[in-house]
Design a protein around this ligand. Structure first.
Ligand SMILES: *Cc1c(COP(=O)(O)O)cnc(C)c1O
Length: 378
């Protein structure tokens, strides 16, 4: 059993992917081929925003968004404590200070009550200027954008949706990557929509930011004159081969992959019912793209032993995430390390991510569930 079965996916799509790759090779337009802008149009339309700007990866996407907003030294950026490193690395990389905020114990996402408390505390202390919130759609589930947006309005903060894991999900009829003033995603192979290397994208309705972002992805170039560089940018582009592959994968993603992965989640729910595990919660009105299926083990269960048992039976598992952001070594001794996030600390000790992808079969789900049940039910 694979944790995320990219081989099964390739076998299913092989003919179309091979053809798309071959076409791109024949064209030799390896950077900025027509496939890139075609993909951008398709993605923008799907997400329901005006602009999609592809880039090198999901981490660059966040950094580029913060750069377009001019966020830097002296600014505070609020980030959930329970997330992948990039969400906090990117603001720190721009010289801003990530301020980590605790999450909700059931959705794993930014807790809006804690967010407001933290914003007020930073304002009161007066050392940094609150500028933006990076809200993460963790494990495929959109964050609580109704509440987060209100807080952003109240305190004049920009909202960045880190949709690296959320692409394909939706909330009350609005798709992931449409909730931020700028939203970002990643096409890392194991993400809900992955390519065959690194890739990312930025989404926004804002015309001027789009122009800045396009310039930033190509060394801060002037729109009219490529060799006139008007700002310090990056070299961060999605290449033509990746765009060609993504166009094929995006079709399958819409046609059946999202439905299949939701079916697998339903099977887990049925097979793990009464197991004593805390299962992921998808609140009413939300639809997850299931980047991960993450359960919480009951207190007193040795997680390593559970993982070993599952591994012996051929069931791979992962721990997302083992360490809260504020405890990461890179933030040691900085104000980012001063967060108080007991929910995140508990989650880091109890979470376990199970195999999850659109090519799961019910027997795989049952096998994982049977072992989990045998070790968790007392
Ligand atoms: C994967 C991920 C990123 C970074 O994406 P890359 O393409 O690997 O740079 C950022 N945020 C979250 C939440 C992620 O899961």
């Amino acid at each position: 059993m694979q944790f995320r079965d990219l081989k099964a996916q390739y076998q299913a799509l092989k003919q179309d992917i091979d053809h798309a790759v071959w076409e791109a090779l024949e064209d030799c337009n390896f950077i900025s081929g027509s496939q890139v802008s075609e993909l951008e149009h398709l993605l923008a339309e799907y997400v329901g925003v005006k602009h999609c700007i592809t880039c090198g990866n999901g981490t660059d996407a966040i950094s580029l968004a913060l750069a377009a907003w001019g966020i830097g030294a002296g600014d505070a950026v609020f980030v959930p404590d329970f997330t992948f490193f990039s969400s906090g690395e990117s603001p720190a990389g721009r010289g801003a200070v990530p301020i980590f905020v605790d999450v909700d114990a059931r959705t794993f996402n930014l807790n809006p009550v804690k967010l407001e408390e933290t914003v007020l505390a930073v304002k009161k202390e007066g050392k940094y200027t609150p500028k933006a919130v990076v809200a993460v759609d963790l494990f495929g589930l959109c964050a609580d954008y109704a509440s987060i947006r209100l807080i952003c309005k109240k305190y004049g903060l920009l909202l960045l949706e880190d949709g690296a894991q959320g692409f394909g999900g939706h909330l009350k009829g609005k798709r992931a990557c449409s909730f931020g003033d700028i939203s970002t995603t990643s096409f890392f192979p194991a993400k809900p929509l992955g390519c065959y290397g690194d890739g990312g994208a930025i989404f926004t309705d804002h015309d001027d930011w789009t122009e800045t972002l396009r310039s930033l992805t190509v060394h801060g170039k002037n729109r009219e004159d490529k060799y006139d560089n008007i700002r310090i940018g990056m070299n961060s582009r999605l290449d033509t081969l990746q765009a060609a592959i993504l166009k094929v994968k995006f079709e399958a993603f819409q046609k059946y992959e999202l439905t299949s992965v939701n079916q697998a989640a339903k099977w887990y729910g049925e097979e793990l019912d009464g197991s004593g595990l805390t299962l992921p919660l998808i609140p009413d009105g939300y639809y997850s793209s299931w980047a991960q299926y993450t359960v919480q083990l009951p207190e007193g269960i040795n997680r390593q032993e559970v993982q070993d048992k599952l591994k012996e039976a051929g069931v791979p598992t992962m721990i997302y995430y083992r360490k809260p952001m504020h405890i990461q070594g890179a933030f040691a001794g900085t104000d980012s390390s001063k967060a108080y996030c007991p929910v995140t600390e508990k989650l880091c000790k109890t979470v376990l991510s199970l195999p999850m992808h659109p090519y799961m079969e019910r027997k795989d789900v049952r096998k994982a569930a049977d072992i989990l049940r045998s070790v968790c039910v007392r």
